[in-house]
Design a protein around this ligand. Structure first.
Ligand code: HAM
Length: 436
């Protein structure tokens, strides 16, 4: 049986791969302007990093992690042995925990050295049920800023994200910015208890998992996809009403800074995001067209306790990530292409086999001069070569025959206008360069 890519994974070929490159290039351009430097992270890390970092009871940690086992570790498990922590590995489901781990590991924030600003780009892996806009291997770019405490840092994070979307070609009018505050260790436990009490009152209307969540992590119920739970949680106490004085004040400052920057937003008290590491401001950007239920194209927020959680100093942080595949769908719906088709500038055609050696040399000369050149390497007839030149969308066809060659020339044909003229072989690369 012919082998296929695993479920929920796609091959990015040609134009699609160029779209990913363009997405990364736009990200690099925008993020660099705000002082972010590139970090390349491992594709897999210790499972514990994600379980501790993202939260033990999150969907990511309990259902979506792909674990990685070396052959040796798998054999050890089969024999009933136990793996050491550094043998229990997982494909990264996201980049935040890894960046924070790297900053702590390399002590990138020496005394007074904050903030550290890093951006990443690459594949992430989550074992979710694949559907439009939801893959098992997908691509993200993201930025993380460690050590910036001011409320303007929260607003700036959201501004960078919106600027990135705009630079990609998304219209502000096609996006909605949702914001919320997840409180702090002072006010979150009391709020979670209130939500749990509310969930107990409505236990009969909740799915089994949410009944469990009421005990383990009530706020996760806001994320439940079950429509019954959605309706129940609609009436749950709102975090905005339960924030402590400090969090209320900060959230007000963030909102004021967003208004000052001219950004429209909607406060959504149900927005809890999928990870437990968030504290304070969280945000998500959704699009109105092209994505159906997977409408979130990017999101993030503040995570002031994550660094300490993964074993570093108590340094605050914030960031966001944006999904490439969903951006492609959103842009398609808006009629915008991230990458264009590319066509050769010159197709070299041989009249017969006697000129092949010269054609081979000519093609190399054209390419060395920086000209995108194709030619036939299968001994096709001149007619077939013309067909191929046409199909390739080449701007020019350079026709090499024995007679032209004897005169040190070739024929240059413009593929659209069919204009033809002789061209000296010795100066062909320079002349063509001046035409394209
Ligand atoms: P996230 O919301 O899980 O956040 O992912 C960010 C974006 O990645 C989503 O808005 C979506 O565009 C894309 N995405 C997520 N899952 C999938 C999937 N299965 N298939 C296709 N696209 C997907 C994070 O990952 C956090 N690390 C963001 C962050 C950075 N928070 C703070 N810093």
């Amino acid at each position: 049986m012919a082998l296929k890519a695993p479920k929920g994974c796609v091959d990015l070929i040609g134009k699609d791969a160029r779209a990913w490159e363009r997405f990364c290039a736009v990200a690099a351009d925008v993020f660099t302007r705000y002082g972010y430097e590139r970090i390349e992270l491992p594709t897999f890390e210790q499972v514990d990093l994600f379980v501790r970092g993202c939260g033990e009871t999150t969907d990511v940690a309990t259902k979506e992690i792909f674990s990685v086992l070396s052959i040796g570790a798998a054999a050890k498990l089969r024999e009933g042995g136990q793996l050491k922590a550094d043998q229990r590995l997982a494909l990264r489901p996201e980049g935040t925990a890894s960046v924070v781990r790297a900053v702590a590991q390399h002590n990138l924030i020496p005394q007074g050295g904050a903030p550290v600003k890093l951006y990443y780009a690459g594949p992430m892996f989550r074992c979710e049920r694949p559907q439009k806009g939801r893959l098992r291997e997908f691509h993200q770019v993201g930025i993380e800023c460690l050590g910036a405490i001011d409320a303007t840092a929260d607003a700036e994070m959201i501004i960078v994200c919106m600027r990135f979307f705009e630079a990609l070609g998304l219209q502000t009018s096609s996006m909605e910015l949702l914001i919320n505050s997840m409180g702090c260790p002072e006010c979150r436990p009391a709020y979670a208890q209130k939500v749990a009490a509310y969930m107990h009152e409505h236990e009969g209307e909740l799915c089994e998992e949410c009944v469990r969540r009421a005990e383990t992590n009530p706020l996760r119920a806001f994320d439940c996809k079950n429509s019954g739970c959605f309706d129940v949680m609609e009436g749950a106490p709102r975090f905005e009403d339960e924030l402590c004085e400090h969090c209320r004040e900060r959230f007000a400052q963030v909102k004021a800074a967003l208004r000052a920057a001219g950004l429209d937003y909607r406060c959504d008290s149900r927005l809890v995001r999928g990870f437990d590491y968030y504290t304070g401001t969280v945000f998500e950007v959704q699009v109105t067209e092209g994505l159906g239920s997977q409408s979130a194209i990017g999101g993030g927020g503040r995570y002031d306790k994550l660094m300490a959680e993964v074993g570093g100093n108590d340094v605050c942080g914030l960031g966001f990530a944006v999904g490439f595949e969903r951006i492609v769908l959103a842009l398609e719906a808006a009629g915008v292409q991230l990458a264009e088709e590319i066509h050769p500038q010159v197709y070299v055609a041989c009249v017969d086999a006697t000129v092949r050696d010269e054609a081979f040399q000519l093609v190399q000369d054209l390419r060395d001069a920086g000209i995108f050149t194709l030619y036939d390497q299968q001994g096709r007839s001149l007619k077939s070569q013309f067909k191929l030149a046409d199909k390739s969308g080449a701007t020019y066809c350079l026709i090499l025959g024995p007679e032209e060659l004897a005169a040190g020339q070739a024929k240059l044909r413009h593929m659209q206008t069919h204009d033809e003229r002789p061209i000296a072989l010795a100066s062909a690369p320079q002349e063509i360069l001046s035409l394209i």
